[in-house]
Structure formats: structure tokens, C-alpha cells
Design a protein around this ligand. Structure first.
Ligand SMILES: [Zn+2]
Ligand SMILES: [Zn+2]
Length: 139
């Protein structure tokens, strides 16, 4: 299992665990339900714009194409914070915006556990800062 320290190492651009976690899903909000267990050796990726089932053994630095930024739905316009040049009105087109970043898939179960751990120690303020993104996404 990866520790938070390993996670930070993997996401060396992120200065803190919270920023690193926020980058992973774009939110520190917990899903209402724990992620489903996938079949042995497989996991679901929690990265924005990916969310694919991947084989853990083949998870390399270039396995995942994703958006590190949050989804922003302002008025009718939908875009990723990391890709301001792409904006769409249609949700379908928004979903097809090509991911701008390559990296490792993030096991959503591990990510969920880390979020639980983080929220157990984080201040209300830290959690509140990014905790409303999933509400905007509608889940
Ligand atoms: Zn992007
Ligand atoms: Zn992925």
C-alpha cells in the first residue's frame, strides 16, 4: 500500500498532502459510498477525465491521461480549470476534451482511504475549501 509520503513523492509538484489529494480528484469531498472493489489485480482510476478500470500491474507513469484541474460549470459553459482554452456547452463535448496531462492511474480505493485519513486530521477550513466540487458535478 502506498503511504501519503509515497503519494506526495509521486505527485512531487504538490507541496502538501491536501493539495496532492485535491489534484487527484479535484475535490476533497468524499463520495457518499466507498468505491466498489474491482476484480483482483484491477482498480478504478479516480483521476478527472479518466475513471477507467485499469490493471494494477500495468500502471505506469504514462498509463493515465487526465485533467489535473477541477471541472468548472459556469452558466452553460463547461470546462476544466487546467484547460481554459477548451470550453463547451454540450456535456458530451466537454467529456471529449482531450486530457492534458499524463501520469499514473490513481486507485480510487486507495485514494478513498487516503481521503478518510486526511479528513480525520484536516481542519474544517482545509476540507471546506474544495469540498463543494462534487455538488457541482451532481454526485
Ligand atoms: Zn486539462
Ligand atoms: Zn487514470
Amino acid at each position: 500500500m502506498k503511504s501519503i509520503a509515497d503519494y506526495n513523492k509521486a505527485n512531487f509538484e504538490a507541496p502538501t498532502a491536501s493539495a496532492s489529494l485535491a489534484r487527484g480528484t479535484g475535490s476533497l469531498a468524499l463520495p457518499t459510498l466507498a468505491p466498489k472493489q474491482q476484480k483482483p489485480g484491477f482498480a478504478k482510476c479516480s483521476n478527472n477525465g479518466c475513471k477507467k478500470i485499469f490493471e494494477k500491474a500495468t500502471n505506469t507513469e504514462t498509463a493515465c491521461n487526465f485533467h489535473p484541474g477541477n471541472p468548472i460549470f459556469g452558466g452553460n459553459e463547461k470546462r476544466w480549470a487546467c484547460c481554459p482554452e477548451h470550453a463547451h456547452w454540450e456535456f458530451e463535448l466537454f467529456q471529449k476534451i482531450p486530457p492534458c496531462k499524463t501520469g499514473n492511474h490513481v486507485d480510487e480505493l486507495e485514494h478513498f482511504k487516503q481521503l478518510l485519513q486526511f479528513r480525520a486530521t484536516a481542519s474544517e477550513e482545509e476540507v471546506g475549501l474544495t469540498g463543494n466540487v462534487h455538488a457541482q458535478m451532481g454526485y
